[in-house]
Design a binder for this molecule. Structure first.
Ligand SMILES: Nc1ncnc2c1ncn2[C@@H]1O[C@H](COP(=O)(O)OP(=O)(O)OP(=O)(O)O)[C@@H](O)[C@H]1O
Length: 134
């Protein structure tokens, strides 16, 4: 049965464009609904601006963008786990639900530590150079 795109679809997407629309809607939802995602986006954008200001090299850009994308992906996966857990538990307490949500939050923390490390390796020497001139 052919469905209009705003019907309550549960069938497979019919074409790449429809898959793309749903994927973009997923990105929009996580940005609109997750405060932490907006923090990560703000910090990521700030790091990119700093990258332009400091004229970082091609390889530094690769590491920086990798770290930023990793954090955004981890936040999206964390949000998806949270929604899935809420769907299954209907927001009632369950020790396994706690385990899943806490581990998923740990994934975001790990990616954030990695991004912090990458940011420090790239920017700290440049900032020290500007401040202390050596
Ligand atoms: N159904 C549940 N059963 C048991 N513990 C839960 C349940 N839902 C949430 N928790 C506990 O509450 C915490 C907060 O859950 P919540 O879904 O509100 O995450 P959040 O505040 O959106 O997390 P984040 O800051 O990572 O976005 C979880 O990390 C978990 O320890």
């Amino acid at each position: 049965m052919i469905m209009a795109w705003n019907d309550k679809q549960t069938e497979k997407n019919r074409c790449f464009f429809q898959s793309l629309i749903h994927a973009l809607r997923g990105l929009k939802t996580v940005v609109e609904e997750e405060r932490n995602m907006r923090y990560h986006l703000f910090l990521g954008t700030s790091a990119i601006v700093l990258g332009f200001i400091c004229h970082i090299s091609k390889y530094e850009w690769l590491w920086l963008v990798c770290a930023i994308v990793l954090v955004l992906m981890a936040e999206m996966a964390n949000t998806a786990f949270e929604v899935l857990v809420d769907l299954v538990t209907n927001k009632t307490y369950h020790p396994l639900a706690k385990k899943i949500k806490d581990m998923s939050a740990g994934m975001v923390l790990l990616s954030a530590f990695f991004a912090l490390f990458v940011g420090m390796v790239i920017f700290l020497p440049k900032i020290i150079h500007v401040w202390f001139g050596n």
